[in-house]
Design a protein around this ligand. Structure first.
Ligand code: IMP
Length: 522
């Protein structure tokens, strides 16, 4: 047997009739293969000739909004309120604030995100001059810090009259004395609008621990703390408006008449992007809502959905959607496919909708079913620009709700917006989960989601960088230097895929160990 010249192996490969593996079109040929989801296939590795740290994850959320990281938190009442939205934006993604509350409450959350300034304590614990020293000592124990600004009203926004620190109360014997007797009245302050850098300088030169920020009338607006400054992170990827420099914020609304009033409040609060939250997006109500928004709030970006077919997408694109949200039945808390007989396996849905929407330059979000970094890479490879996560971000420090213990585990509640629990929180006629999963004239809730719990995942300040670095490494293995490159090389047929049989999936997981611990990051 004669062998070919080894020094010509790569040029020989170029002449080889067929590329190894499957193209995305072959992989996603649902007529012969049926619908696929993320675990059903793998991406074949490419060539590594660059460090993973240079991989750009910049991607479009909508026609006009580009994010540095393609991560979006879901509008669910156990996932995204202002704290989550602030941190998602600081870390380069965006949070979509849920609407299972009144329009006023939702607008207040949007405002909190838009007014957030990194490093400033925007909701300091404030006391009044009549608070006693005993109460201050109790508060110090409860909150774990020892300095409190004192205002005339005892509230944020009141006139600043002093500051009390541990040194002021430590050796004062009469615990019933009011703080007005011992507080420091000659307070070093800074005017609202001061930069973090300048505030830091004042703290350093004045040798104070706290710097209250006041407005022109001397009312307390926020505070800077020396200990916080030392801890302060730099957020180089933060998603900000190029004009106002405020963090970007999204919020969900329904498709009912009252949602128009809700949206007006949200826009007044500074909203950048609205998500029309509907489990089946192709409805006359949504089409009318898109057209109304386009006429009323010309600068507001609209993400429409949810869709899983090209036909649904076409209607929403034609009505004016600036982005689409893809997924029906793929969420971790979702029973839609079981109950409604409608939906589509998520991989097939993402491929078909993005393939169509890309012709009109409409970016798409893959929503639901994301369980790990591999799923994120696959969702992007199939054509989505961003991924929306619910379960992955539930149970973090920034998600709403308190931790509780069960079976020795620290947990938080995570529930579907179509679960009976969420739908029962109907305190307004504009209740979001009701409008998403329930028609106004229905008498019985037909649940499309469940309510459960998830493990404590720690803070997203660590978790999102883990996803970020993991995605960069994944792109490096595939041989692409950006998310943009990933998508275009898939479409051109350069990046190849392989189907996974059930035993291949078993092989890809940890197996044949007596015991192991799965730690995902340090
Ligand atoms: P996860 O990331 O897999 O947990 O899925 C989150 C997504 O599930 C959300 O962004 C919604 O699209 C979807 N979803 C939320 N609540 C429900 C529900 O009650 N039923 C069905 N889907 C839901």
């Amino acid at each position: 047997m004669s062998f070919l010249d080894a020094s010509k192996a790569t040029s020989y490969l170029k002449e080889y009739a067929e590329k190894d593996g499957l193209s995305v079109a072959e992989l996603m040929d649902s007529k012969t293969r049926g619908g696929l989801t993320y675990n059903d296939f793998l991406i074949l590795p490419g060539k590594i000739d660059f460090p993973s740290s240079i991989v750009s994850l910049q991607s479009k959320l909508t026609r006009k909004i580009t994010l540095s990281t393609p991560f979006v938190s879901s509008p669910m009442d156990t996932v995204t309120e202002s704290t989550m939205a602030i941190h998602m934006a600081l870390l380069g993604g965006i949070g979509i604030i849920h609407s299972n509350c009144t329009g006023e409450e939702q607008a207040a959350m949007v405002k909190k995100v838009k007014k957030y300034e990194n490093g400033f304590i925007n909701d300091p614990v404030v006391i009044s001059p009549s608070t006693t020293i005993a109460e201050v000592k109790d508060m110090a124990q409860q909150f774990g810090f020892t300095s409190f600004p004192v205002t005339e009203s005892g509230k944020l926004g009141g006139k600043l009259v002093g500051i009390i620190t541990s040194r002021d109360v430590q050796f004062h014997e009469d615990s019933s004395s009011p703080v007005s007797e011992v507080m420091t009245k000659d307070v070093v302050t800074a005017k609202v609008g001061i930069s973090l850098l300048d505030g830091n300088d004042i703290l350093r030169t004045s040798k104070k621990g706290k710097l209250p920020i006041v407005d022109a009338e001397g009312n307390l607006v926020s505070m800077l703390s020396r200990t916080d400054l030392q801890k302060n992170q730099n957020y180089p990827h933060a998603s900000k408006s190029p004009i106002t420099k405020q963090l970007l914020c999204g919020a969900a609304i329904g498709t009912m008449e009252v949602d128009r009033e809700r949206l007006s409040l949200l826009v007044q609060a500074g909203l950048d992007v609205v998500v029309i939250d509907s489990s089946q997006g192709n409805s006359v109500f949504q089409l009318e809502m898109i057209k109304w928004i386009k006429n009323t709030f010309k600068d507001l970006q609209i993400i429409a959905g949810n869709v899983v077919t090209r036909e649904q997408a076409a209607e929403l694109i034609e009505a004016g959607a600036d982005g689409l949200r893809i997924g029906m039945g793929s969420g971790s808390i979702c029973i839609t496919q079981e109950v409604m007989a409608c939906g589509r396996p998520q991989g097939t849905a993402v491929y078909n909708v993005t393939e169509f929407a890309s012709k009109f330059c409409v970016p798409c979000i893959a929503d639901g079913g994301i369980q790990n970094i591999g799923h994120i890479t696959k969702a992007l490879a199939l054509g989505s620009s961003c991924v929306m996560m619910g379960g992955m971000l539930a149970g973090t420090t920034e998600s709403p709700g308190d931790y509780f213990y069960r079976d020795g585990k620290r947990l938080k509640t995570y529930r579907g917006m179509g679960s009976v629990d969420a739908m029962q929180k109907t305190d307004t006629s504009a209740n979001a989960s009701t409008s998403r999963y329930f028609s106004e004239d229905d008498k019985v809730f037909v649940a499309q989601g469940v309510s459960g719990s998830v493990l404590d995942k720690g803070s997203i300040i660590k978790f999102i960088p883990y996803l970020y670095n993991g995605l960069q490494h994944s792109c490096q293995d595939i041989g692409v230097r950006s998310v943009e490159d990933l998508r275009s090389s898939v479409r051109s047929g350069e990046i190849r895929f392989e189907l996974r049989t059930p035993s291949a999936q078993f092989e890809g997981g940890v197996n044949n160990l007596y015991s192991y611990e799965k730690r995902l990051h340090n």
